[in-house]
Design a protein around this ligand. Structure first.
Ligand code: B12
Ligand code: SF4
Ligand code: SF4
Length: 388
C-alpha cells in the first residue's frame, strides 16, 4: 500500500458511490472508519491479560497488529466496514429447537453456507469497482480472517453500538449480521462513530446466558462461553459447564435471542444463508449416527466442518447426556465406537447422566404419585425469547 492513489473523483463523492455500490452488492449496511483505534487498545490487552481468551492463541500472537491497522497493513488510510444480515426467518424457530431436548441446537449463523469466503469475495467485488475510479488503489479484504478489531471498527464507522453481550447492535437491525472490512490506501472521510449505547437498564443477556459468561463492561469470558466450548475448544469440557450447555451442539445464540433489539431483525436476502442442510430441525440421535464420511459429505460448504468429526461427536454426547432419559439414548451412547479419548470421556459422562436421569424419572414417578417431585429432569434452556 505504498503508492499514493490517483483519484478521478472528489473523495466525498467517491464515498457516496462506495455506499451505493455496497448496497447494490447486497451488503446490509456500510460505513467508513478512521484508523485510530487507540482508545480500544487498553481494553483489549486487559481482556487478554485476564485470560478471557482461553486457549485462542491467535488472539495473542499478533500483538498490537490488531489494534493498530497500519502495523497489519502499512499505508492504510481508512477502513470500509460492512455488515451482512444472516438471519433466515424461514428456518425452524430457535426456541422450539432449544426447548426440545431431543433436538440439536445449532447457532443461526451456521445453519447454512460458510460466510468467510462469501464476505471476502463480495468485498473484493466492491474493491474492483473502486479501482475503476482510482488508479493505484490498494486494499485488503477481511471477515473474521485476520487480526482485526472488527467490532470497534464497526462502531467507529457508525454501524452500531457494542451491547452488553459484546456484539454490535444496530437499533433498527439488531445483531444477526456478519462484519467485514476493506483496509484501503485512500483517505476516505470517516463517518460519525455510533456514540449512543443502547442497552439502558436491560440485563437480559447477562441474566439468561446459560453459563454466566458475560462479564461487566460488555466483555465475554470465552472460557465459559458455549460458543467457544463447542467450536473453538477441542479438549474435555468441565462437568459444571457440560450440564449447563443443554442441547447446544454448535455455537450459542441465547444472548442474541433474548435481546430486545432483535425484534427489528430483517430476513436475510442472501440465498447462501437460506437453510439447506436441514440442521434447523436436526435430531441428536440422528446426528450421532453420522460416521466421519457422512459428516464431511452432509456438511460440505458449512462452517461446522471445521470442528471435525471428533469434536462434533463430543458435543453430541454432551447434549444427549443433558437429555431426559430414554432407552434409545442409552443404547446409542453405549454403542458409540470412537478412538478419541476426549469423545470417550464425554460418552462415559453422558451414560452416567442418562442413568441418573433414569433413576430420577423412576423416583419422580413414585414421587409424583405421592406429589413430592413436581418437575422432571430438564436441561438448562432459556425461558423467554424475542423474535424466533
Ligand atoms: C474471538 C471471537 C469470539 C470469541 C470471544 C467473543 C468476544 N466477545 O470477544 C468467542 C469464541 C466466544 C466468540 C463467540 C461468538 N462470536 Co465471535 N468473534 C471473535 C473475533 C475473532 C474477535 C473478537 C475480539 O476481538 N474479542 C476481544 C474483545 C476484548 O474485544 P471486543 O469484544 O470487540 O471488545 C472491544 C470493544 O468492544 C471495546 N470495549 C468493550 N468494552 C469497552 C469499554 C470501554 C470503556 C472502552 C473504551 C472500550 C470497550 O474494547 C474492546 C477491546 O478493544 C471476532 C472477529 C474479529 N476479528 O473481530 C468474531 C465476532 C465478534 N464473532 C461474531 C459472532 C457472530 C459470534 C457468535 C454470535 C457466534 C455464535 N452464534 O456462536 C458468538 C457470540 C458470543 C458473544 N456474546 O460474544 C461476529 C459478531 C457480529 C456482531 N454482530 O457483532 C464477529 C465480529 C465475526 C464476524 N466477522 O462477523 N467469538
Ligand atoms: S454465546 Fe451463549 S454462552 Fe456465550 S455469552 Fe452468549 S449466551 Fe453466553
Ligand atoms: S439483551 Fe439487553 S443488555 Fe443485552 S445486549 Fe441486548 S439490550 Fe443490551
Amino acid at each position: 500500500m505504498h503508492n499514493p492513489p490517483k483519484i478521478n473523483l472528489e473523495l466525498s463523492q467517491l464515498k457516496s458511490q462506495i455506499k451505493q455500490w455496497g448496497k447494490e452488492l447486497g451488503f446490509s449496511d456500510i460505513g467508513v472508519s478512521h484508523t485510530d483505534l487507540s482508545k480500544y487498545e487498553a481494553e483489549y490487552f486487559n481482556w487478554i491479560g485476564e485470560n478471557y481468551h482461553a486457549d485462542m492463541e491467535y488472539m495473542v500472537k499478533h500483538g498490537t497488529k490488531r489494534t493498530r491497522p497500519n502495523e497489519l497493513e502499512p499505508g492504510t488510510q481508512s477502513i470500509i466496514s460492512v455488515r451482512l444480515n444472516y438471519f433466515d426467518k424461514s428456518a425452524e424457530s430457535a426456541i422450539s429447537q432449544l426447548q426440545s431436548a431431543n433436538k440439536a441446537y445449532i447457532s443461526r449463523y451456521a445453519l447454512n453456507k460458510d460466510y468467510h469466503k462469501l464476505m471476502r469475495k463480495r468485498l473484493q467485488k466492491l474493491a474492483t469497482k473502486i479501482n475503476e475510479q482510482v488508479d493505484d488503489f490498494s486494499y485488503r479484504a477481511f471477515s473474521d480472517s485476520a487480526p482485526v478489531l472488527e467490532k470497534s471498527i464497526a462502531q467507529e464507522a457508525g454501524l452500531g453500538f457494542v451491547g452488553r453481550n459484546s456484539l454490535i447492535i444496530h437499533p433498527r437491525a439488531g445483531s444477526w449480521f456478519f462484519l467485514g472490512e476493506l483496509y484501503c490506501n485512500l483517505p476516505i472521510p470517516a463517518d460519525t462513530p455510533f456514540e449512543k449505547q443502547g442497552c439502558g437498564s436491560c440485563t437480559s443477556c447477562v441474566d439468561e446466558c446459560p453459563t454466566q459468561a458475560i462479564l461487566d463492561e460488555n466483555k465475554i469470558d470465552a472460557r465459559r462461553c458455549v460458543s467457544y466450548l463447542t467450536i473453538e475448544y477441542n479438549g474435555e469440557i468441565a462437568d459444571e459447564l457440560k450440564e449447563k450447555m443443554g442441547n447446544r451442539i454448535y455455537g450459542c445464540d441465547d444472548c442474541q435471542l433474548v435481546c430486545p433489539w432483535n425484534k427489528f431483525t430483517d430476513d436475510t436476502q442472501e440465498e447462501a444463508f437460506r437453510n439447506k442442510h436441514i440442521l434447523d430441525k436436526a435430531n441428536l440421535l440422528e446426528l450421532l449416527a453420522w460416521d466421519e464420511k457422512t459428516f464431511l459429505k452432509k456438511l460440505e460448504g458449512s462452517p461446522i466442518r471445521r470442528i471435525g468429526h471428533n469434536q462434533w461427536q463430543r458435543n453430541l454426547c454432551t447434549a444427549i447426556g443433558n437429555e431426559n432419559y430414554s432407552q434409545n439414548n442409552l443404547t446409542a451412547l453405549e454403542n458409540l465406537k470412537t478412538n478419541s479419548t476426549i469423545v470417550q470421556k464425554h460418552q462415559q459422562w453422558a451414560i452416567k447422566q442418562q442413568l441418573k436421569a433414569q433413576k430420577l424419572e423412576k423416583t419422580t414417578k413414585v414421587g409424583m404419585e405421592n406429589n413430592r417431585y413436581p418437575t422432571p429432569n430438564k436441561p438448562a434452556i432459556v425461558p423467554k425469547y424475542y423474535g424466533s
